[in-house]
Design a protein around this ligand. Sequence first.
Ligand code: ZN
Length: 196
Amino acid sequence: MSDSDQVKKIDHARVKALVTELLEAIGEDPTREGLIETPRRIANFWREFIEYDAGKLDTTFSAVKHNQMVAVTGVKVWSMCEHHMLPFWCDLSIAYIAEEKVLGLSKFARIAHKHAHKLTLQEQLVSDVANELKEILETENVAVMAKGEHLCMTMRGIKTPHRMISTALSGKFHQSEQRMESVSYTHLTLPTNREV
Ligand code: ZN
């Protein structure tokens, strides 16, 4: 396990104090009934978000058939945009071509959640998930696609609901035919109008 895989710890007391200060700075009274527990709740949220433990990620099995594509779609995660510290969600489609190893099904979700539980961007998220899969499966043949909505665009700024698509394709998925197949597959299988 590398250092970057260690679960980070937050300074809960400091987050609480900062939220109290934030409430004051936006003209609120942090001692009023509705807000009295808010700093603690928000500090609890950050603890839950940052100290997320994805569990065991690398349970693999021997591949039954070589050169077979395995894809898992509709893996929904919530994350937090590092530019605005506002939430975004995305549905991930994750595919790889099995060589020696195949990955346990729940591990796709664990890997996706692990990389979503930090301040990040959707582009970074797909790339982090792809890199982790490459390392575990010892293959370059990995594709990760995400379609998401970012509250920093929906509830602020241009205030427009949208879907953003980002991809991380490598190995055989870079080759045009495979690329077309994987991209069209994603378009077909990802919901286009799911409400959150
Ligand atoms: Zn943003």
